[in-house]
Design a binder for this molecule. Structure first.
Ligand code: FMN
Length: 183
């Protein structure tokens, strides 16, 4: 199973990127995970959408080729970061690569809210794009108080109860992706 993770933070020591790397390593037997490069995407520009730069073509192709997408986002000002929205805007146009695509959401914050408000916005946006979202009930990866849950040395997610919950949701996502292929 080929999965692409899109991370909504460009920060060097991003907790959200660390979650993506944790998942890439931890679930390597279940899925092949690529982490998309959104740093090199230019600002979305409608005049360019029919013949976009190579980085955009590559990004869209990686989503088109994937069996499923995991979006891991911080919360910026009660929403998703602009860099993530920019990437989604590119993906939403012309060949519309999110239509019918199985998507799982996750996020990490340093405060208490665990990216809940950002993920609500993300779900609204992806519904508009006709992505197939893993239903939220029992599947919300809202990781709060990140500084206490990530290992200082390795950087990876280390909180056992959180990792256990993540394992359960990832297994459900794997089933969800398999079911969607049968449609
Ligand atoms: C521009 C900006 C806006 C933020 N807004 C929120 C917010 O609305 N809610 C929240 O819980 N944290 C907010 N934060 C704090 C982030 O949760 C924190 O910076 C987190 O570490 C970002 O994720 P990262 O580690 O993956 O870069 C904000 C941070 C920045 C830089």
């Amino acid at each position: 199973m080929n999965i692409v993770i899109i991370v909504g933070s460009l920060r060097k020591d991003s907790y959200n990127m660390q979650l993506a790397k944790t998942m890439q390593e931890r679930y390597s037997a279940k899925m092949n995970i690529d982490i998309a490069d959104i740093r090199s995407l230019p600002h979305y520009e409608q005049d360019e959408e029919n013949n976009p730069p190579e980085t955009v073509k590559k990004f869209k192709q990686s989503i088109a080729n994937a069996d499923g997408v995991i979006i891991i986002t911080p919360e910026y000002n009660w929403s998703i970061p602009g860099v993530l929205k920019n990437a989604i805007d590119w993906a939403s146009r012309v060949d519309k690569v999110f239509i019918g695509k199985p998507v799982m959401a996750a996020g990490v914050s340093i405060g208490m809210a665990g990216t809940l408000r950002a993920q609500l916005h993300l779900r609204e946006i992806l519904s508009g794009l006709q992505a197939q979202l893993l239903p939220p009930s029992g599947n919300e990866i809202l990781i709060n108080f990140a500084a206490q849950k990530f290992d200082d040395q390795s950087g990876r997610l280390a909180d056992e109860p959180t990792l256990g919950f993540l394992d359960v949701v990832v297994d459900k996502f794997v089933d969800f992706v398999k079911l969607s292929k049968k449609d």
